[in-house]
Design a protein around this ligand. Structure first.
Ligand code: GLA
Length: 346
């Protein structure tokens, strides 16, 4: 086939099966990549300019690689990813980029991480690096979120996008950054997403505040992460920080139990863990909303044996585990584990 000269990078969004707000606390989570994602088509051009076009929004951006100024919205990701890659010593080249996506924005499915990861892979590929170190790239994308976008997110979304596998979930230990995958197979059951229709953004919600509360707990307890904090130690913390930490401790335990349940293909046990995770996110971490609760109630009424909010909270999608023979629920759609991010050179 004739060369098209276009390098295409695709990065998926993710669903977090369980382990919420554990990533930046050195904890555990089990996300999986989904079929929806962000695609960046990149064509090299002479010189040092980046011309980017976001086709879903019909918006453009243009900047010089030698002088990258901050910007807002999707442009912050393009500029930030280019700048941070250059900061590592990589020689980027001029390019024309076309960006399009199928992850709904503000829905708790990590459209932002998918965007940053796809951009990172595209820029690296154009610079001749087809397979950059994926953990390093995840960290770099998170630096972009912190420094260029203003969201103090952890590594959950980027690692899920980069390490996702078909029919498997990714088990991540955020303290050691050990990553492995486990089969996500629950015979007789299906996972579905139901959108609460409440749009969320890490920058605009209570996300950064929750992260700051966890950092405050670490400072008060004199530890560098919440990973080894015990329930007894939470008695020394003032409210509501004590409850934030109780959530993180419980959530890490639930992740370990969920890995065991997946190993036994035990949907009932997993369903209980999803419910417990949601209740903790709602009552202890306080990241649910009326719209999220309403969506979850609909899933439970439709026969879900477990349901929980996914992602940072304050809106977005609810994940439900349903028997395969349960009636279809209007607006809900089945979700499966799909392959992770990849690059194709045309
Ligand atoms: C958002 C962030 C992640 C993670 C989750 C909560 O998706 O981007 O880093 O903290 O919230 O688990």
């Amino acid at each position: 086939m004739a060369s098209t000269g276009v390098t295409t990078a695709f990065a998926p969004g993710r669903v977090n099966l369980i382990g919420e707000h554990t990533d930046y606390n050195g904890g555990l989570a089990i996300p999986f990549a989904i079929a929806n994602g962000v695609t960046v088509g990149a064509r090299p051009v002479d010189g040092k300019r980046i011309e980017a076009f976001a086709s879903d929004l019909q918006e453009a951006d243009s900047f010089d690689l030698a002088d990258i100024a901050p910007a807002k919205g999707w442009r912050a990701f393009v500029r930030g990813t280019a700048a941070e890659l250059q900061r590592t010593g990589r020689e980027l080249r001029g390019a024309s980029l076309e960006i399009s996506g199928t992850v709904p924005r503000g829905a708790g499915l990590s459209s932002s991480a998918a965007l940053a990861v796809a951009l990172g892979l595209a820029f690296c590929a154009l610079a001749g690096e087809l397979e950059p170190d994926r953990v390093e790239l995840a960290k770099l994308c998170s630096v972009v979120e912190h420094g260029w976008v203003g969201a103090q997110t952890g590594l959950l979304d980027q690692l899920a996008s980069l390490f996702g596998e078909r029919s498997r979930a990714v088990v991540i230990d955020f303290r050691s950054l050990a990553i492995r995958s486990v089969p996500l197979e629950l015979p007789g059951h299906r996972l579905v997403l139901l959108d609460s229709r409440e749009s969320r953004a890490n920058t605009a919600s209570g996300y950064n505040e929750r992260r700051a509360e966890c950092a405050r707990a670490c400072a008060l307890l004199g530890v560098s992460s919440l990973r080894d904090v015990t329930l007894e130690e939470t008695e020394r913390l003032p409210p509501p920080i004590d409850n934030r930490v109780r959530h993180v401790i419980g959530e890490n335990t639930r992740v370990v139990e969920a890995v065991q349940a997946l190993g036994r293909q035990d949907a009932v046990a997993l369903g209980h863990l999803l419910d417990a995770s949601h209740e903790s996110s709602r009552d202890l971490f306080e990241i649910s909303t009326e719209a999220v609760e309403a969506a979850r109630d609909r899933l439970l009424r439709a026969g879900a044996i477990g349901a929980r909010l996914v992602g940072g909270g304050f809106g977005g999608n609810v994940l439900g585990l349903l028997p395969s023979d349960a009636d279809d629920l209007h607006g809900a759609r089945e979700v499966r584990a799909a392959p992770g991010a990849r690059v194709t050179v045309g």
